[in-house]
Design a protein around this ligand. Structure first.
Ligand SMILES: Nc1ncnc2c1ncn2[C@@H]1O[C@H](COP(=O)(O)OP(=O)(O)OP(=O)(O)O)[C@@H](O)[C@H]1O
Ligand SMILES: [Mg+2]
Length: 235
């Protein structure tokens, strides 16, 4: 049995009969941060959808914690410990901060878990009774993370968590991501700011046209000048 938390093996699939992702292997060890980078349209978001159970046609295998989840639906994958923070619409604007945390399903000791999660988000504690629509962009992102953490997931999947944010908030999101392993949560994130993301990652994968063109320790990817120029952009 693999010591990895997540193993994706020979994953192919797409939205119609055309394969968008064309045989991807990827692993995440427990408590590890892993970044997926690559060109626009490479299939990064499609890979994330396949992992979450949201892609209509998939072949290959996905193993989470020693158990195949390939044939599970999205809700059962959530119950198996796979958390996802969507880029937009990731909180209920009309509900209060407290209600946003209370409505997460599958949390056995709700009050205790809420206290545990909120310990890392003091700004939210002051705003528990306010509707989420009153929060600033940065506070909303904190609430989205807090919501995702409520069911004690094994791994958090993030698709471009900094894309819609003001530049001043980008560092704060990477700070939140960096704290997750200490809470026992591994991270698989797609990021356009690939250099910054790799700097806090142990492993990286670079996708191009549905295939993985390079994978390895993050510091090696950052040190590969030719690849970095081709795929990592300026951030
Ligand atoms: N819902 C969809 N239906 C059909 N084709 C899609 C759909 N979503 C994406 N595609 C196609 O799949 C390919 C990969 O798209 P995907 O969104 O996975 O790329 P990406 O690497 O996430 O790109 P970006 O960096 O722009 O976010 C593209 O050719 C895109 O047109
Ligand atoms: Mg994408």
């Amino acid at each position: 049995m693999s010591a990895n938390l997540l193993d994706i093996r020979a994953l192919r699939g797409g939205y119609s009969e055309v394969d968008i992702i064309q045989g991807i292997d990827l692993s995440v060890a427990p408590g590890q941060i892993v970044t997926i980078a690559g060109t626009n349209g490479a299939g990064k978001s499609t890979l994330v959808k396949a992992l979450l159970g949201l892609l209509p046609r998939v072949q290959g295998e996905i193993v989470l914690d020693g158990r195949s989840i390939t044939r599970l639906g999205a809700e059962d994958r959530f119950d198996a410990g796979l958390a996802y923070v969507p880029q937009v619409a990731n909180v209920f604007a009309s509900l209060t901060v407290r209600e946003n945390l209370q409505v997460v399903r599958g949390v056995p000791h709700l009050k205790r878990r809420m206290d545990e999660v909120l310990a890392d988000f003091p700004a939210l504690v002051e705003r528990l009774a306010q509707p989420a629509s009153n929060l600033s962009g940065g506070e909303r992102q904190q609430l989205a993370f807090a919501r995702a953490l409520m069911p004690s997931p094994r791994i958090m999947v993030l698709d471009e968590p900094t894309a819609a944010l003001a530049p001043s908030l980008v560092g704060k999101v990477f700070d939140m991501v960096q704290k997750l392993p200490a809470a026992g949560v591994a991270v698989l994130m797609v990021e356009q700011r690939a250099r910054q993301a790799l700097q806090i990652s142990l492993q990286g994968y670079i996708l191009d046209q549905g295939r993985c063109v390079l994978a390895g320790p993050a510091h090696e990817l950052l040190g590969d000048e030719r690849m970095a120029q081709l795929y990592l952009g300026s951030h």
